[in-house]
Ligand binder design. Structure first.
Ligand SMILES: Cc1cc2nc3c(=O)[nH]c(=O)nc-3n(C[C@H](O)[C@H](O)[C@H](O)COP(=O)(O)OP(=O)(O)OC[C@H]3O[C@@H](n4cnc5c(N)ncnc54)[C@H](O)[C@@H]3O)c2cc1C
Length: 305
């Protein structure tokens, strides 16, 4: 479906960067996905408001994303507008022990700056892929750390109320890979990280150690979305999948990683349908074998698993 000229004019008049009929595989870590009718790259809340109003007038859905590292876009793409809180939202400022970062700043960049400044707190989560906004929305975590533990505040746009709010961590309803931003559709604009003074060399060594643990265990050489499934209570998804003998299980270009069974990798030319078929097979097998329904951590756009 093509968007109307008046929709395009509104965006152009407000200087909102937009790409039409844009292949989403260019914007996802999986390198999978058909075209979106439009991808927009807002700078701030004012531009997001214009985009949302234009979508409402056009009666098309919209979807907010960041780095696309936890996202599987369908092979037929998305009939609507993808709001990418990315390259145009990358302001970063250090103020004492705080780092203020726009939603589009990569989390790894915040961690690098923290290390340079001798600020501790980001080490465990330093290797997480993705942007700050998506990572806060997902409450991303690794090696016992979660992004929610190092926040001073999160500024977001609340579409239903047409307001910009600054929330304290305790107001963000953080849970395991969940937050008020996912629950309520609040759009993360900017995040303030609160860190502690530390020893620069120790911080750098810890980050290098976590990076090594990650590259030793995870198939970083292939496109993926990280762990496909949430950790089921009392178990690890990867261990259950490995014990079921599914390492290497492949459909089309998508395979359960030989290195880490919690990852489904794009071995080359995988489609969203391939990944989806592998997911369903894993869910069915683990349900039958262990009585556990593995819930997806990966988000989908344009289709449902
Ligand atoms: C190799 C690899 C390893 C990974 N390892 C980890 C890990 O150790 N721990 C972990 O937790 N995750 C991991 N992930 C998954 C992913 O990196 C995280 O979930 C990341 O935080 C998602 O950020 P993103 O910007 O890419 O979000 P996206 O994938 O763009 O979006 C994810 C979700 O957040 C929402 N969202 C995005 N931006 C915003 C915004 N500005 N405001 C509101 N909502 C928004 C989207 O609507 C979507 O629901 C890994 C991924 C890969 C590819």
């Amino acid at each position: 479906m093509s968007l109307s000229q008046s929709f395009k004019d509104v965006l152009a008049k407000e200087n909102i960067e937009a790409l039409y009929d844009e292949p989403m595989r260019k914007h996802t870590a999986y390198q999978i996905g058909g075209n979106a009718d439009c991808a927009v790259f807002p700078r701030d809340a004012a531009q997001i408001k214009v985009i949302l109003e234009a979508c409402a007038a056009e009666k098309v859905p919209c979807f907010v994303m960041g780095g696309g590292t936890n996202l599987l876009v369908g092979d037929d793409g998305f009939r609507g507008v993808v709001i990418i809180c990315g390259k145009n939202m990358r302001k970063l400022e250090v103020d004492g022990c705080c780092i203020r970062a726009g939603a589009g700043v990569l989390l790894s960049r915040v961690a690098r700056v923290a290390a340079e400044q001798g600020l501790t707190g980001m080490e465990a989560i330093s290797g997480i892929f993705g942007a700050v906004g998506g990572s806060v929305a997902m409450n991303a975590g690794a090696y016992g750390g979660e992004i929610s533990q190092v926040l001073e505040s999160v500024t977001c746009y609340c579409p239903a109320e047409d307001s910009v709010k600054t929330l304290l961590p305790q107001e963000c309803q953080f849970g395991y890979r969940n937050s008020i931003f996912l629950r309520q559709g609040y759009i993360v604009l900017e995040v303030v990280f609160k860190l502690q003074p530390g020893d620069k060399t120790e911080i750098e060594n810890a980050m290098a150690d976590f990076a090594k643990r990650r590259s030793d265990k995870q198939p970083l050489e292939y496109p993926s979305c990280g762990s496909v499934f949430k950790r089921p209570e009392g178990h690890f998804a990867g261990a259950l999948i490995e014990q079921a003998g599914l390492k290497g299980y492949k459909i089309g270009g998508a395979a359960v990683s030989e290195k880490h069974a919690g990852f489904i990798v794009n071995m080359g030319g995988a489609t969203a349908a391939d990944v989806c078929a592998v997911i369903r097979h894993i869910q069915k097998t683990i349900k039958e074998k262990n009585g556990i329904l593995l819930e997806c951590e990966v988000k989908t756009l344009g289709f449902e698993i």
